[in-house]
Design a binder for this molecule. Structure first.
Ligand SMILES: Cc1ncc(COP(=O)(O)O)c(C=O)c1O
Length: 444
């Protein structure tokens, strides 16, 4: 029975329960069924569901001034949140960096693409326009963001509409595209950017990457040396480096921004999801001082805009979420909770079809393989990730399944990204549900 008559569903072949209430790490549907939100929906919810003070802060802002167009006004909550995000960012965002707020991650990517293009116009390099990226990456669903993305399945239907700006090899040790092993590989996947830029020296304007690849590769963490080498290559070719931290930012990996694990200074950082923990549609583009300076020296105006950018009520939600993260010490807690989750999941690694458990902080992925010795994936038609998701839902646990991590078609994983408040007991519930799901999907 369809559950919705008017809403354009994501999948007409599925039925969706009606979410009625959120409480901590749990979502309760209208029939009273409780679901443990092990994926934070889609790595969105950081502070947990149902925190009433966030709604109160939004209502207060709405009563003061609900909307003011950025062509005419700035507002206090937007200014305040911008300053707070810059204070959390790497050093090159202080003293002159600025923040551009959007309504989500895809708009943040679009904004960054245009910002990088205009930066090069301001700097007298009009031939630079391409944003290079990696195969097996995801930067959003709008057409510019899709052009930069390397997620085969999500791009496929729109191929005639999107250009080819160039995709280098992914950084994915479990299925190394060069069939090498770290550290003997010498991070050849980073040098693939150097090779690409030597072939395309004039037209590339920037490089966008997810420091930890979320949706497409299931929390693939780069080996030591990779991120630093990528930053060096971008700098030496005078192209801008965009860290897409829509999924990894705002504490998800145990630091405010994932790039801080490797001490690099990207030119632009994108955030979304966790920046308002799902309480409001909000994204942000953090622009470093050097990029801002080029605009100030040049035309002085960015040829871009959204009606709802820097929305007062959404940025009020962002401030209230950040207050909550700070007052409950949740940035620190994500690391500890991540270790608890990893510990709870560890026994699953023994299962004959669990190939890899990977991740950082509270962003983890489990990859299922047909053959552990060869790491051979299941055929796509087996739909293993979706079957695991369904079996886990039957146990009351929500996960985020994806296919295609190996080659865009094959490869099954689920992503786990619970709220930072997840308890040890809840981590055990997740592991228990997955154990049952594995037993159902792979009976002996
Ligand atoms: C790394 C990354 N970038 C961009 C996006 C797009 O964000 P949104 O869905 O808010 O438009 C996502 C969404 O999953 C993402 O994971």
């Amino acid at each position: 029975m369809p559950t919705s008559r008017a809403l354009f569903s994501r999948n007409f072949k599925k039925t969706f329960p009606i979410a009625a209430r959120g409480e901590g790490c749990w979502i309760v549907d209208q029939d009273g069924r409780r679901f443990l939100d092990a994926a934070g929906q889609a790595a969105v919810v950081s502070i947990g569901h149902g925190v009433a003070e966030i709604g109160r802060a939004m209502a207060e802002q709405s009563a003061q001034v609900a909307f003011a167009h950025t062509s005419q006004f700035h507002t206090a909550p937007a200014e305040k949140l911008a300053a707070r995000l810059l204070a959390l960012a790497p050093e090159n965002f202080r003293n002159g960096g600025l923040v551009y707020f959007t309504s989500g991650g895809s708009e943040a990517t679009e904004t960054a693409i245009k910002l990088v293009r205009q930066y090069h116009l301001e700097a007298g390099q009009p031939h630079r326009y391409r944003i290079a990226s990696r195969k097996q990456s995801y930067h959003g669903s709008t057409l510019g963001a899709m052009t930069a993305s390397g997620n085969v399945a999500r791009r496929a239907p729109y191929a005639p509409l999107i250009q080819e700006w160039g995709h280098i090899a992914p950084c994915f040790c479990y299925h190394c595209p060069f069939d090498k092993t770290f550290p003997q590989c010498g991070v050849a996947c980073a040098d693939d950017l150097e090779t690409f830029l030597q072939q395309e020296p004039e037209t590339v304007a920037g490089f966008i990457f997810e420091p930890v690849v979320g949706a497409t590769l299931g929390a693939a963490v780069p080996p030591e040396g990779y991120v630093v080498r990528i930053a060096e290559i971008c700098r030496s070719h005078n192209i801008l480096l965009i860290a897409d931290e829509v999924m990894t930012g705002m504490g998800r990996t145990g630091k405010p921004f994932a790039v801080q694990h490797w001490g690099i200074e990207p030119d632009i950082i994108l955030v979304g999801k966790g920046v308002a923990s799902g309480y409001a549609p909000l994204g942000a583009v953090l622009v470093s001082a050097r990029v801002v300076a080029a605009f100030k020296r040049g035309s002085g105006a960015f040829m871009h805009g959204f009606t709802y950018q820097a929305h007062p009520v959404c940025t009020a939600a962002g401030n209230a979420v950040l207050d909550y993260l700070e007052s409950h010490k949740l940035f620190e807690r994500a690391g500890e909770a991540g270790r608890n989750l990893r510990e709870a999941l560890a026994p699953l690694q023994e299962h004959r079809h669990v190939g890899d458990i990977r991740g950082l902080g509270l962003l983890h992925g489990l990859e299922f393989v047909k053959d552990k010795a060869t790491r051979e994936p299941f055929p796509r038609e087996s739909g293993i990730a979706e079957k695991i998701r369904q079996a886990a839902v039957a146990e009351g646990v929500l996960t985020y399944p994806t296919q295609g991590c190996v080659d865009g078609q094959r490869g099954d994983h689920i992503l786990l990204a619970p709220p930072f408040i997840i308890s040890k007991e809840e981590c055990s519930l997740i592991a228990g549900a997955l154990e049952t799901a594995l037993a159902k999907v792979f009976p002996v």
